[in-house]
Ligand binder design. Structure first.
Ligand SMILES: [Ca+2]
Length: 367
């Protein structure tokens, strides 16, 4: 829930792993010496079931190994063990269509023009939903990355996140900003229910976490990144992430300081753009750090897993969080490397930010 009394949102409600600084008790534990090996991806055979819906690509589905090894053991893996992405476990998903890009401002504008939808960030918070909040803080807004001018310890994310009145998808950097020239940028400041509303209007839905990861791996198995094991192969930049001293300096060596328009980096194996970096993406699973352990303990192959029945984050047990995937333009090996394909993020469901968006999927045969 937005912490309006403080004028900012709570630590883990910021919408992504890269917004986090403190680690959960599980994550500070020593990882096991070995983890089960990845097995090959076995994609379903056969062609796509008909012509692709506009802007979507066919993800064949199949059986794959889901999860991530401890990134600290990899080159540029960063300081975070990310134990919620283990153990590696076997999963099967049916085939589906997936948006090739994150939903853009132009696309979200068409939705709002057609429906009159008002996003969570645009709604004035109600006093009954925020008991104790001073009336002057009951102002619509959202969370915006506001880099400090000087280097700061990386253990206090409040130094670079602010709840700005008037920030919303229409005003991504605050009340005075707008969408001019940003039609092809991913829409941001999207709460989970906003993403669901868009998806329903479009005849689509949000992906499950398993669908998202199957798609993101592009037919590969056990790779650190969606494209392979080298973050920077032959000097090429394959995702919009953060270079420079986080959070004060974004050097933009990948071509973009901050957010980028969609589809400016190469596609991964199934034809998806920006599945790593640029903006985090909502998926439909509730977040629990032990969900993978539960699936692994059940044994066999988890078929079309939908996530746990209820959310739980021991770091903020009262917050209802959904999973985010893919990392953002703020992810960096100095702080968090959740552009690594098997890693997970999380965020309180009503909280958007300026590095969180989404893409949709559609079942085969759905219209
Ligand atoms: Ca960048």
């Amino acid at each position: 829930m937005k912490n309006l009394a403080l004028g900012i949102v709570t630590a883990f409600a910021l919408g992504a792993g890269c917004a986090r600084t403190s680690e959960t008790p599980q994550e500070s534990a020593t990882p096991p010496a070995t983890v089960p090996a990845f097995a090959p991806t076995m994609a379903n055979a056969g062609p796509a079931p008909g012509a692709a819906p506009e802007g979507m690509v066919w993800i064949p589905g199949g059986e794959f190994s889901m999860g991530a090894v401890d990134p600290r053991g990899t080159v540029g893996g960063g300081p975070d063990p990310m134990s919620d992405a283990r153990p590696i476990h076997r999963v099967y998903v049916d085939g589906f269509w997936m948006d090739a890009t994150e939903v853009t401002n132009d696309e979200f504008t068409r939705f709002v023009d057609a429906t009159g939808y008002v996003t969570v960030a645009e709604r004035t918070p109600r006093a009954e939903d925020f008991p104790g909040a001073p009336p002057e803080n009951l102002v619509a807004g959202s969370v915006v990355f506001t880099p400090p001018r000087e280097e700061v310890p990386l253990n206090n994310h409040y130094r670079w996140w602010s709840y700005l009145h008037g920030a919303s998808w229409r005003h991504p950097h605050g009340a005075k900003s707008d969408l001019r020239g940003k039609g092809r940028f991913p829409v941001v400041h999207i709460a989970y229910e906003d993403a669901e509303a868009y998806a329903r209007w479009a005849g689509k839905r949000l992906p499950t976490e398993a669908e998202w990861e199957f798609a993101a791996r592009g037919g590969l198995s056990g790779k650190v990144y969606a494209w392979g094991d080298d973050f920077h192969p032959k000097g090429a930049w394959l995702a919009n992430t953060h270079q420079g001293r986080f959070p004060i300096e974004d050097k933009g060596e990948d071509g973009y300081r901050g957010i980028a328009p969609v589809a400016r980096f190469p596609v991964e194996g199934y034809g998806l753009y920006d599945i790593s970096g640029n903006v985090w993406e909502w998926v439909s699973d509730w977040y629990r750090p032990d969900y993978y352990a539960r699936l692994a303990a059940a044994g066999g192959v988890a078929r079309n897993p939908q996530g746990p029945d209820t959310p739980y984050d021991p770091a903020e047990p009262t917050e209802k969080k959904r999973v985010h995937r893919g990392g953002s333009y703020l992810c960096t090996e100095l702080y968090c490397t959740r552009y690594m394909v098997g890693t997970r993020g999380k965020g309180e469901a009503s909280t958007g930010s300026d590095h969180l968006g989404f893409r949709c999927v559609r079942a085969a045969g759905a219209s």
